[in-house]
Design a protein around this ligand. Structure first.
Ligand code: PMP
Length: 380
């Protein structure tokens, strides 16, 4: 959708893009300064594959300071974005035929990475009615002798759903019964959370050794292009990820790593400032989307997306007589008629919804909501 949006824009159409998964803020100055210094200090060479030791220590300290979690630096593997950290873990853990349990909606790459690992994705569907959360009963029903891994994000992309401590505790009770299942906890949206303290499922000691935390700088520090993510896991998994990564990328960019040391040692002021702005935008967009007849919307607890159920528009006709069959058709219609780029929910394993990012200015968000409302009102 982003590509189609850019093509339309290149033809002179004023397109508002709400399709991308990145913030519209700038990387904090103190982080940029650290990178500039690293260039001048000639950090031009291969780093240790899993990252500079002081960076891995800074991450372990961050996990203690912010999450009250104990990890040693050799349990941390720094990668080329959270995406590579996920890839490492999945390729190391999943063998052909293993099942990976993924609640829907999920971030697009999860199921594709499972395919790369020759595993089988087993989906647990959730809906907007349950705030896109799964229950312990649903989790247990999805478990089979082939289950190897459970993978989820909280705060979630694309729904913004945030699991509470009690909800995670209930899921942990199930995992306690199945000691062979690993859990990937993707916490990349940790700092864009409007519900209070971020809770990691790794806080539960009974399963901590089987949890692999994925996190990184992309969202919290507005550093998507810098490519720094990490996994925090038991040492066996960390060693395997290190070995795999040594054959694939030799580790992430040395300059980015030096910037990462500054970020993880530095102040969270810019992160909190960004979170405040996102909260204001979330409230604004919620009020705007609620007013659109036919759109079912919930209040996301984190990240920077809305994921409204738009299935009431399926079967309706455009002014050209075309029938909207699914969320792909609707996203295309909104782009071509309303000139707003959003993403079809299909890619996230939920064909009833569309994802609307609010990583844009309030003026743009107001204008985009109006355009979407007007475009949808034309469907008969
Ligand atoms: N996990 C989730 C849930 C994401 O939304 C993203 C980025 N869109 C990633 C992982 C990957 O992050 P990175 O850019 O650090 O690879």
């Amino acid at each position: 959708m982003a590509k189609l949006g850019r093509e339309l824009a290149a033809k002179g159409v004023d397109v508002i893009s709400l399709s991308l998964g990145e913030t519209d803020f700038y990387t904090p100055d103190f982080v940029k300064d650290a990178a500039k210094k690293a260039i001048d200090e000639n950090y031009s060479y291969y780093s240790p594959v899993a990252g500079y030791p002081d960076l891995r220590k800074a991450i372990a300290e961050k996990l203690k300071r912010e999450n009250n979690l104990d990890y040693t630096f050799d349990q941390i593997v720094v990668s080329t974005g959270a995406k590579q950290a996920l890839t490492n873990v999945i390729l190391c853990l999943v063998n052909p035929g293993d099942e990976v349990i993924i609640p829907t909606p999920y971030w697009v790459s999860y199921s594709e990475l499972v395919k790369l690992g020759e595993g089988e994705s087993v989906f647990i569907d959730s809906t907007i009615e349950s705030d896109f959360k799964i229950t312990p009963e649903e989790l247990e029903a999805a478990i089979t002798p082939k289950s190897k891994l459970f993978m989820f994000s909280s705060p979630n992309n694309p729904t913004g759903t945030v699991y509470t401590y009690d909800e995670l505790a209930a899921l942990v009770k199930v995992f306690e019964k199945y000691p062979d299942i690993y859990i990937i906890s993707d916490e990349i949206y940790e700092h864009i959370n409007f519900t209070g303290r971020h809770v990691s499922i790794a806080e539960f000691d009974s399963i901590k050794d089987r949890v692999i935390i994925i996190n990184g700088l992309s969202k919290a520090y507005a550093m998507t292009g810098w490519r720094l993510g990490f996994s925090a896991s038991n040492k066996e998994i960390a060693n395997a990820c290190d070995k795999l990564q040594s054959q694939v990328t030799s580790g992430t960019c040395s300059i980015t790593q030096r910037a990462g040391v500054a970020a993880y040692h530095g102040s969270l002021d810019s992160v909190h400032e960004m979170q405040k702005v996102f909260l204001e935008r979330r409230n604004l967009v919620f009020d705007l989307l609620k007013e659109i007849p036919g759109m079912k919307v919930n209040l996301p607890g984190g990240a920077f997306y809305f994921f409204p159920d738009v299935s009431s528009f399926f079967g309706k006709q455009t002014e050209d007589g075309e029938v909207i069959q699914n969320s792909d058709d609707l996203a295309l219609y909104i782009l071509n008629t309303g000139h707003v780029a959003v993403v079809s929910g299909d890619a996230f394993g939920d064909p009833k919804s569309i994802r609307i990012s609010y990583a844009a200015s309030e003026d743009k968000l107001r204008e985009a909501a109006l355009r979407i409302k007007n475009a949808l009102a034309k469907l008969k």
